[in-house]
Design a protein around this ligand. Structure first.
Ligand code: FES
Ligand code: FES
Length: 170
């Protein structure tokens, strides 16, 4: 990639939730801001912008990552999945989202999309995840409202439902 001047905007195309999406970004623009401001994917939240709170977590090429710790230009050509793409086509909520709804696992909801994206990745790579492991994942996110208990309940319920669905299909 050629060296860009500080205020020069470059075209960036990513695969956002399975579809190509193009926008423009200065070299210093964070991926989190690019998603929200250029592509309108405002489900991704911005909290600390320091990699601490986890609110901005998305999946990049399948792996959960803080989008405030990556520049938009670094995402060019890559696959980015956000909370907007969590539910399967034709469904309003994914199993995980439904578990959050049923367990009242959010209040203001600011932290929720990031937690969902981390759990979504973790449950994919570790379908046998137990409560202790799910607590570790959730521990990477700051929630100022819930006290975490319902979030843990929702994650455990989602893990069980996903296991059950898998065994029914097998
Ligand atoms: S906004 Fe990215 S970790 Fe807090
Ligand atoms: S629900 Fe408000 S910060 Fe988590």
């Amino acid at each position: 990639m050629p060296i860009l001047k500080a205020r020069e905007r470059t075209e960036i195309t990513i695969t956002l939730n399975g579809r190509p999406a193009t926008g423009y970004a200065e070299p210093r623009m964070l991926l989190s801001d690019f998603l929200r401001q250029e592509l309108g994917a405002t489900g991704t939240r911005v909290g600390c912008e320091h990699g601490i709170c986890g609110a901005c977590t998305v999946r990049i090429d399948g792996k959960a990552a803080r989008s405030c710790l990556m520049l938009a230009v670094q995402a060019d050509g890559r696959r980015v999945d956000t909370v907007e793409g969590l539910a399967e086509e034709g469904k309003k909520l994914s199993v995980l989202q439904e578990a959050f709804r049923r367990n009242h696992a959010l209040q203001c909801g600011y932290c929720t999309s990031g937690i969902l994206m981390s759990l979504d990745h973790y449950l994919e790579i570790n379908p046998e995840a137990k409560e202790e492991q799910l607590r570790e994942v959730i521990g990477g996110h700051l929630c100022r409202c819930t006290g975490y208990a319902q979030i843990v309940d929702a994650a455990v319920e989602a893990a069980e439902t996903l296991r059950l669905n898998k065994s029914v299909k097998a």
